[in-house]
Design a protein around this ligand. Structure first.
Ligand SMILES: *Cc1c(COP(=O)(O)O)cnc(C)c1O
Length: 565
């Protein structure tokens, strides 16, 4: 490039020989050439980084999939196939609707405001009616669920309701009006920081794990821009990381490199992760534990990389929440026979710069609460939104808020504070002990007495995922057979697997689970029906290049259906 510039100056210096119009013409030509080479250079750096991060095989596969998708999409546009696909999709959409939305002339629908306000008696009788009409509300109490309901017990429920009632109208956006709520939020954050061994750190509450993660991503984006001048930010996440990271990246325009996990340990492949690091990298992600199979990444190794490259490392403890910090105290950290061993994961690991912890999962606080923690208050500042120019008096002056929401429910903060006080260290220790024992009982039962299945990795905490190692057993079929026995489990697609996140509700159901699982495996082996939801949806997702796009369309239809009154 320097030579081109030299030439340009040399030409320009030739002076009199070059008259005005000619001179500008030559400069324009040079500028064009410069621009051309600049674009070529930056694009090839980008391509080379992409190739390094993905590897040649994966890049080739990406290109192949991209072409295959285009081709199949074209084929699908042919009138005859388009019609067939449309019919199938509509049928699937109708199925979703029939499952979710009550049908019939006798269903009472409230589509406009009542002219006169209703009495409380009427309101609660309507709720009663909706619950009975649409499946009974106490359904979840039987405990045949994976995750979903993190219930702390009936007494705790009363404490939550009372705390909520007391601070029903409060809003921490106005700390001068609700000083107690401000104090409780600060104390919740402090208690979590203590639990994760960073008493001098900083954090905020958010509305849930997803918001905590999106805030962390925003923090690193703004930090990297301010401190390192990174304008095209990239982040590197394990394939097992929660979708909230992709969601945050999509919202905040950050490029994501997704790194496969080791098939046997289920931990992120460090060699490939390292290859994906480049000068635009703002953060790495590790989970402790991850959602799909409940295993944890090697946070110490990730911390070393993050320190060396001076980038952020977020540890996702949304699910690990109040289980991971108690494994050591519950004497469950060393595992059994070398399995289920806990690796260091909190702020004691050098290089860990932020951790998300969901109070609304194993903290048993009401839904809509989570905590995002940082190594120090300096980093937390990049999370804030501050607008000093919102000074038009009609708009209300300077505006600052710590996280995504403006007004926030102080009642949820009060209820969370109340729950943490009610549970105490002993309460969480006991809940960790019983829940983790439940998960390990299931994992051991699969390993010792269900030869058709295997446990993914060696999950240290509350989640167990199982796949099939028997050619005649489709594990998604097993999941569907479990659904017929009343279990609400989660399906995973690569590899096909089914998982259960144990909670206080599943603890007493562990023997039933194991017995049902043995039956379900037998059923799947003898007479696979191929008609259940898991097989249909997750099978479809993997069946062809357009599978994901079909599943995407179904997911969109599902979301639409949620808003059908
Ligand atoms: C649940 C979960 C989240 C996201 O939390 P939400 O509260 O559902 O927004 C993030 N990471 C992991 C590992 C989770 O299990």
């Amino acid at each position: 490039m320097a030579t081109i510039r030299d030439k340009a100056t040399a030409l320009a210096k030739k002076g009199p020989a070059l008259k005005g119009p000619l001179l500008s013409q030559i400069n324009l030509e040079n500028a064009k050439t410069l621009l051309f080479w600049y674009v070529i250079l930056t694009q090839s750096i980008k391509a080379q980084r992409h190739l390094r991060a993905r590897g040649i095989v994966a890049t080739a596969r990406e290109i192949y999939t991209w072409i295959a998708q285009r081709v199949i999409h074209l084929l699908l546009r042919l009138p005859s196939t388009a019609e067939k696909v449309e019919t199938q999709l509509n049928k699937a959409k109708l199925d979703i609707e029939n499952k979710l939305v009550p049908k019939g002339a006798d269903v009472v629908r409230h589509l406009s405001l009542p002219e006169h306000g209703q009495t409380p008696e009427w309101i609660f009788s309507q709720m009663e009616l909706m619950d009975t009409e649409m499946g009974n509300q106490a359904n979840w109490r039987h405990g045949k669920l994976s995750g979903a309901v993190y219930h702390g017990g009936d007494d705790l429920e009363k404490v939550i309701v009372q705390a909520y009632q007391r601070y029903c109208v409060s809003n921490p956006l106005h700390p001068d009006v609700f000083p107690a709520v401000r104090k409780m939020e600060a104390e919740i954050v402090a208690m979590c920081l203590k639990l994760y061994n960073n008493p001098n750190g900083a954090g905020t509450m958010t509305s849930g794990g997803t918001e905590s993660i999106i805030m962390a991503v925003k923090t690193y984006r703004d930090w990297a821009r301010a401190v390192k001048g990174i304008k095209e930010p990239e982040m590197i996440i394990p394939a097992s990381a929660h979708a909230a990271f992709d969601k945050g990246a999509a919202y905040l325009k950050i490029k994501v490199h997704t790194i496969p996990v080791d098939p046997s340990t289920r931990r992120v492949d460090l060699k490939r992760l390292k290859r994906a690091i480049n000068p635009n990298t703002i953060m790495l992600v590790g989970s402790a534990i991850n959602f799909p199979d409940g295993n944890q990444d090697d946070i110490e190794a990730l911390g070393k990389l993050a320190s060396y490259y001076k980038i952020g490392l977020h540890v996702d403890c949304c699910l690990g929440s109040f289980i991971m910090p108690y494994l050591e105290k519950a004497s469950l950290a060393n595992g059994e026979n070398g399995k289920f061993k806990l690796l260091p994961f909190d702020f004691r690991v050098p290089g860990v710069t932020s951790i998300s912890c969901d109070t609304h999962k194993y903290g048993f606080a009401p839904k809509g609460t989570s905590v995002i923690m940082y190594r120090d208050a300096e980093l937390r500042r990049y999370q804030y939104y501050v607008n000093p120019h919102w000074s038009d008096p009609r708009k209300g002056g300077v505006y600052g808020s710590p996280s995504l929401s403006g007004s926030r429910p102080g009642a949820l903060i009060a209820a969370t504070w109340a729950v943490m006080q009610y549970m105490g260290d002993e309460g969480y220790l006991e809940s960790c002990r019983s829940i983790v024992k439940c998960a390990r009982t299931i994992a051991n039962a699969i390993a010792t007495s269900i030869p058709e299945l295997y446990v993914l990795g060696s999950p240290p905490a509350s989640v167990v995922a199982f796949g099939s190692k028997h050619p005649k057993v489709n594990v998604l079929e097993v999941g569907d057979a479990m659904a017929q026995r009343g279990w609400h489990l989660n399906a995973l697609s690569s590899p096909p697997a089914v998982h259960i996140a144990c909670t206080r509700l599943t603890v007493s159901m562990v023997d039933t689970f194991i017995a049902d699982l043995k039956d379900a495996v037998k059923e799947a082996k003898v007479a696979p029906s191929g008609k259940g939801t898991m097989v249909a949806l997750y099978g479809l997702g993997q069946s062809s290049a357009v599978g994901p796009s079909m599943v995407g369309q179904l997911a969109t239809a599902f979301l639409d259906t949620l808003y059908k009154a």
